[in-house]
Design a protein around this ligand. Structure first.
Ligand SMILES: Cc1cc2nc3c(=O)[nH]c(=O)nc-3n(C[C@H](O)[C@H](O)[C@H](O)COP(=O)(O)OP(=O)(O)OC[C@H]3O[C@@H](n4cnc5c(N)ncnc54)[C@H](O)[C@@H]3O)c2cc1C
Length: 339
C-alpha cells in the first residue's frame, strides 16, 4: 500500500493518539500497557500487555445499489460515538465478522465528499475477493466493523496547476469524493478525469459525472474502454494508450493515479522518465501492487507522449548513449538505470 497511513489521531483522522497506547510495528493490533502501579520485575504477570481491537468502529448500511454488473455502491452511517472526519483520498479498513472469513480485513476508499453527517459511501468491485463478496451480501440495517478513516489527503497543497486524474475501475471512487469537494469550494483550475474501463457494461456513474461537468466548466471527463463495442465514441484503449497523446504539456500538472497497480506503475515510471517530479504524482494501487513493467512496454508508452515541455532525464540519457563522441566514462548512467 502506498498510503502513508495515519492511525487514530493522524492528519484529519479521529483525534489525538489515545494515551497509553503503543503500536506493534507491522501488525494490525495496538497494545495497551496495564494500568496502575506495576511491580518492578519485568516478568511479573501484571505487566503483561493487552491486545486492543483497532477494528472497533461500527457503521450501519443505509443504502445498497448495484451500479452495473460486478460494481456496488454501499452507503453507511457511523453508529459509534467516536468522531468521524476524512479528506478525499482516505479509506477505511473493514473487518469481516463472519467466522468463515477468519476476521479478514481489507481497505476501501471513501467515495463520498467529506460531510458532517457521519455518513460515507464505498464503491465495491466484485472480482472474486472474499471480503468484497461478504460486503455485497449485506442488507440495509446490517453493521460492519472497521477502523479509520486514514490515508493521505488528495487535496492539492499548492494553489496552481491543472489536476490530471487517472482511474481504472472502482479507482474512480476517491475522485468522486475529491472533485465535488474541490469544485463546491470554488476550485477554478482545470480538472481532467480519465476513467479506464474494460467493457461498455462496466460503465456507471455517468449521471453524476455529467452533472458535475455541466455545473463546472473547468471539470471534464473522458472514458476509455479497452474493449469497446463497435460504434463507441469515447476513447479506445487502455489509459496508457489513450491519455499520452491528449496531454499537450506535463509541466505544472498534478497527477493522480488510482486503481490497477499495472497502470499506476507504468504511468508513474514514464511520467518520471519524461521529467515529472514524483512528488507531483499521487499513487494508490488497489491490486497488482507488485507489478513491474517490461522495459519494452515503457518504451512504447513513452513514445506515445507528445508533450516535450519538461527536461526529460530519459531522453537526455538516450541522447548521451547515442553520441559516440562522448566518452563512456563521462556518462552519468546506463539506460538500465532508468528502465
Ligand atoms: C488504499 C486502498 C483502497 C482500496 N479501495 C477499494 C475500493 O474502494 N473498492 C474496492 O473494490 N477495492 C478497493 N481496494 C482493493 C481491495 O482492498 C482489495 O481488492 C482487497 O483484496 C479486497 O479484499 P477481498 O478479500 O475481497 O479480496 P481478496 O481475497 O484479497 O482478493 C481479491 C482478488 O481480486 C483481485 N482484484 C482486487 N480488486 C480487483 C479489481 N478491482 N479488478 C480486478 N481484480 C481485482 C486481486 O488481485 C485479488 O486477486 C483498495 C485497496 C487499497 C490498498
Amino acid at each position: 500500500m502506498t498510503s502513508e497511513q495515519t492511525g487514530p489521531g493522524g492528519e484529519g483522522g479521529v483525534g489525538p493518539p489515545l494515551p497509553g497506547y503503543g503500536r506493534v510495528a507491522g501488525r494490525d493490533i495496538d497494545i495497551k500497557p496495564p494500568e496502575g502501579e506495576l511491580p518492578v520485575s519485568r516478568g511479573a504477570p501484571e505487566r503483561k500487555l493487552e491486545r486492543v481491537n483497532r477494528y472497533d468502529r461500527r457503521a450501519e448500511l443505509t443504502e445498497r445499489q448495484v451500479l452495473c454488473e460486478g460494481t456496488l455502491s454501499l452507503d453507511f452511517e457511523v453508529i459509534d460515538v467516536q468522531p468521524f472526519h476524512f479528506a478525499p483520498g482516505y479509506f477505511i479498513a473493514v473487518q469481516a465478522e463472519d467466522e468463515s472469513l477468519d476476521k479478514r480485513r481489507s481497505p476501501y476508499c471513501i467515495t463520498s465528499p467529506p460531510n458532517t453527517d457521519r455518513s460515507f459511501r464505498l464503491l465495491i468491485r466484485l472480482a472474486g475477493g472474499e471480503l468484497s463478496d461478504h460486503l455485497s451480501d449485506l442488507e440495509v440495517g446490517d453493521v460492519i466493523n472497521f477502523r479509520g478513516p486514514s490515508g493521505r489527503s488528495m487535496i492539492p497543497k499548492e494553489d496552481k496547476g491543472e489536476l490530471v486524474l487517472l482511474a481504472t475501475g472502482v479507482g474512480v471512487g476517491p475522485f468522486l469524493s475529491l472533485c465535488p469537494h474541490l469544485l463546491g469550494r470554488g476550485f477554478d483550475r482545470p480538472i481532467r478525469l480519465f476513467w479506464g474501463l474494460r467493457h461498455l457494461q462496466d460503465l456507471c456513474l455517468v449521471q453524476e459525472l455529467d452533472t458535475l461537468a455541466r455545473a463546472h466548466p473547468n471539470f471534464e471527463y473522458r472514458i476509455s474502454l479497452s474493449r469497446p463495442p463497435p460504434g463507441w465514441d469515447g476513447l479506445h484503449g487502455r489509459l496508457t494508450e489513450t491519455v499520452p497523446e491528449l496531454l499537450d504539456t506535463l509541466g505544472g500538472k498534478r497527477f493522480y493515479l488510482v486503481g490497477n497497480g499495472a497502470m499506476i506503475e507504468e504511468m508513474a515510471t514514464v511520467l518520471s522518465d519524461l521529467g515529472v517530479d514524483q512528488r507531483h504524482v499521487y499513487q494508490e494501487a488497489y491490486f497488482n501492487v507488485r507489478y513491474r513493467p517490461e522495459p519494452a512496454t515503457l518504451t512504447e508508452i513513452r513514445s506515445r507522449f507528445v508533450a516535450t515541455d519538461l527536461f526529460s532525464p530519459f531522453a537526455h540519457l538516450e541522447a548521451q548513449l547515442f553520441m559516440p563522441e562522448v566518452p563512456a566514462t563521462t556518462r552519468t548512467g546506463t539506460r538500465r538505470d532508468l528502465a
